[in-house]
Design a protein around this ligand. Structure first.
Ligand SMILES: Nc1ncnc2c1ncn2[C@@H]1O[C@H](COP(=O)(O)OP(=O)(O)OP(=O)(O)O)[C@@H](O)[C@H]1O
Ligand SMILES: [Mg+2]
Length: 393
């Protein structure tokens, strides 16, 4: 009887062992197939991200740009027909990147198309930087990117159309075909100053790491049909240092007259370099003068050197004001704007204000500005990959 019990027990133990062994084998198989599935998925993702970084042929010529959703990839043919075959009468301006054309999409949207005519790596890097960065930034104070086209050597960027073009065309109409004094009144100039400041504030303080524009100037402030301002041109933009007071070293780029002295001398770039350029634009808005004008008498040709000593002197500040603004401003307003400009263009970068301070100081001076609640940014303090850094260093 006992022997029978013993055998039954042994049989049960054996069955349990066999069942457990089978279960272990099945779990091993499941784990292995899951591992294969994950590695396969990862390698596919890696391959596609490599393609988007370096183009399908491994070079930069057929750039596959990694953009956010909502950015359209156009064919050259589509943009060709939207701009009247890139006809001369469709040209709205020329810049360092190439010509800009106005156009209309089949759905009726008005667009501006930038056609790159700069060959070489620098041009392609700027193209990639502009498209990738702008597709991730969302602010009513930054020019909206609608899409792009990259077909072998053909590189085009499609933006929202800004009916009144660049700020500089309105500040210096006598330099263009229109002639005469600027029609941009004081109230509009103050609003433009505020909206452009909000554009820079967004770049410096609402995204992480901060974006340094590096080419902030009056021609990169675009005006819509109601003269509301947006900041444009991110081809030279650079991701800033996350550390307080930190800087990144780069080749000195930018436009003459707008580049901060410490950046020009040492190549050390911080958000305060943009604050300096912003100060120069404020001086342009106050004086109606271009930053460097060799046709003016000596002592007046460099705007900042001529204006700075007068900015903080109540008696002299009116001397620098654009004659076209006569009778439109109060002394109180001028003194305040001049004080902001003086702080922005200080030689010592640490003493320059933050763009948030500039915005705070300008808000009370602007009567009809869009309320801050319309800052429909989907990107507040959101991270931007350091990947972008390598494109411009
Ligand atoms: N989105 C747009 N809508 C309407 N006009 C535009 C638009 N973008 C550019 N323009 C016009 O085209 C001109 C040239 O612009 P572009 O940015 O190519 O050159 P830039 O700003 O003068 O110089 P840089 O190449 O150094 O930035 C602008 O001054 C403006 O008049
Ligand atoms: Mg520009």
């Amino acid at each position: 009887m006992e022997e029978g019990d013993e055998r039954r027990k042994e049989a049960i133990v054996l069955v349990v062992i066999v069942v457990l062994a089978c279960l272990a084998l099945v779990s091993l198989l499941v784990a292995f197939s899951y591992y294969c599935y994950i590695t396969n998925k990862l390698s596919k993702r890696l391959k596609s991200s490599k393609r988007s970084d370096f183009g399908e042929k491994g070079g930069l010529s057929n750039i596959q740009v990694a953009t956010e959703k909502g950015i359209q990839v156009f064919t050259f043919k589509q943009l060709h027909s939207a701009t009247g075959g890139f006809g001369k009468s469709y040209v709205v301006g020329h810049g360092g990147f190439g010509s800009v054309y106005r156009g209309v999409l089949p759905d009726g949207r008005k667009i501006a198309v930038k056609l790159m005519d700069r060959a070489g790596k620098q041009g392609e890097e700027e193209f990639k930087m502009e498209v990738e960065l702008l597709s991730r930034l969302r602010s009513p104070y930054l020019l909206a990117l609608l899409g792009y086209c990259s077909e072998s050597d053909r590189k085009l960027i499609v933006y929202e159309f800004m009916a009144n073009g660049g700020l500089q065309e309105h500040l210096y109409p006598d330099r263009g075909s229109n002639g005469g004094a600027s029609k941009l009144d004081w109230e509009t100039r103050l609003r433009i100053a505020l909206e452009a400041a909000k554009g820079l504030e967004y770049l410096h303080e609402h995204v992480s790491p901060p974006v340094i524009h590096r080419d902030f100037k009056s021609s990169n402030i675009l005006l819509d049909k109601n003269f509301h301002a947006k900041v444009s041109d991110f081809g030279l933009a650079k991701l800033g240092s996350d550390k307080a007071g930190g800087h990144v070293s780069t080749r000195v780029l930018g436009t003459q007259g707008y580049v901060a002295p410490e950046y020009a001398l040492t190549g050390h770039l911080t958000t305060k370099s943009d604050v300096y350029s912003y100060g120069i634009v404020l001086l342009e808005l106050l004086t109606g003068r271009i930053p460097v004008d060799t046709q003016r008498p000596s002592g007046e040709s460099v705007l900042v050197s001529w204006a700075l000593p007068r900015l903080t002197d109540r008696e002299k500040v009116v001397e620098i004001m654009d004659p076209a603004l006569e009778g439109q401003y109060s002394m109180k307003e001028v003194v305040q704007v001049a004080a902001i400009a003086a702080m922005c263009v200080q030689m010592e970068s640490e003493y320059r204000p933050l763009m948030a301070d500039v915005v705070q100081s300008l808000v009370p001076l602007v009567k009809h500005h869009r309320p801050t609640s319309t800052v429909g940014s989907s990107f507040h303090k959101s991270p931007i990959s350091h990947e972008y850094d390598k494109h411009t260093s």
